[in-house]
Design a protein around this ligand. Structure first.
Ligand code: UDP
Length: 241
């Protein structure tokens, strides 16, 4: 597969064209940003970890019947994906209070919910990714009502699969962000990535944070945490083979 022109460079990934107009190459960087790009840094080894973790989790989800953009891992940090038109929403699913939820509603972090929650924000850096409800999503024509229903259904299914998988690794899936895209036929598939950049993952026994909050909050041990969470996943997958 020939890597073509650089189409897009984001905060953590680059996207290249290929000789097939329906396929793209995603290349994961070690760059990290937080707070809408105000905090910047590098997490050594992150690109390779996020690439491999995201691919492993997307393959797990595919086996559970969730369609994704994943096609094939090309090397340590590059993956072939299906070209989609991204739905400009960040879909956040939460199992426990944390982050902006805890702040917004004035509650402690780590309170388990009796049922998972979902929220949307409008992917728009200039506006600071404002929160949206489902009516706003439809009013702004960001997704149709039918697409929104599909996105919600997939998101909760994804939560069920990932929560159980991480629990089997001794990790609590606190919350995560998903992005979806449309294939040329209009169908919705999971896109973007699932990694410690986009999930909160806490050691189930000690509560130790094994995700990007170590970078956001200057907790130290960022590289070690990424390696530790990747090791947990690798051991689980190898045991399952
Ligand atoms: N998240 C993300 N990208 C964003 C915002 C949030 O991947 O632009 C993830 C984040 O890692 C966490 C979840 O979504 O796992 C919920 O994040 P929250 O809304 O609490 O925002 P934060 O506290 O990270 O600003």
């Amino acid at each position: 597969m020939e890597k073509g022109m650089l189409l897009y460079e984001g905060k953590a990934k680059k996207v290249y064209a290929t000789d097939d107009p329906e396929e793209l190459i995603v290349s994961y960087k070690d760059d990290a940003t937080a707070f809408n790009g105000q905090k910047r840094g590098t997490i050594e080894g992150k690109g390779a970890i996020n690439n491999r973790m995201s691919n492993a989790l997307m393959q797990l989800l595919e086996r559970e019947g969730i369609p994704t953009h994943y096609l094939r891992e090309l090397n340590e940090r590059e993956t072939l994906v299906r070209r989609v038109r991204i739905v400009p929403l960040e879909v956040i699913v939460r199992n426990l209070s944390a982050g902006s939820f805890a702040k917004r509603y004035g509650v402690e972090e780590g309170i388990p919910f009796c049922a998972p929650t979902i929220e949307f924000s409008y992917k728009n850096d200039a506006l600071g990714d404002p929160l949206l409800n489902g009516y706003h999503v439809v009013a702004l024509s960001l997704a149709t009502p039918a697409e929104l229903e599909t996105i919600k259904r997939y998101s909760f299914q994804i939560n069920d699969v990932l929560k159980a998988f991480w629990a089997s690794c001794g990790v609590t899936l606190v919350d995560f962000k998903l992005e979806f895209g449309r294939l040329p036929d209009g169908s919705i598939v999971l896109a973007d990535e699932i990694s410690p950049d986009t999930c909160r993952l806490w050691d189930s026994r000690t509560g130790k944070k094994l995700d990007k909050d170590r970078f956001r909050r200057d907790l130290g041990g960022v590289e070690d945490a990424y390696r530790e969470i990747m090791d947990r996943l690798t051991q689980k997958l190898e045991a399952a083979e």
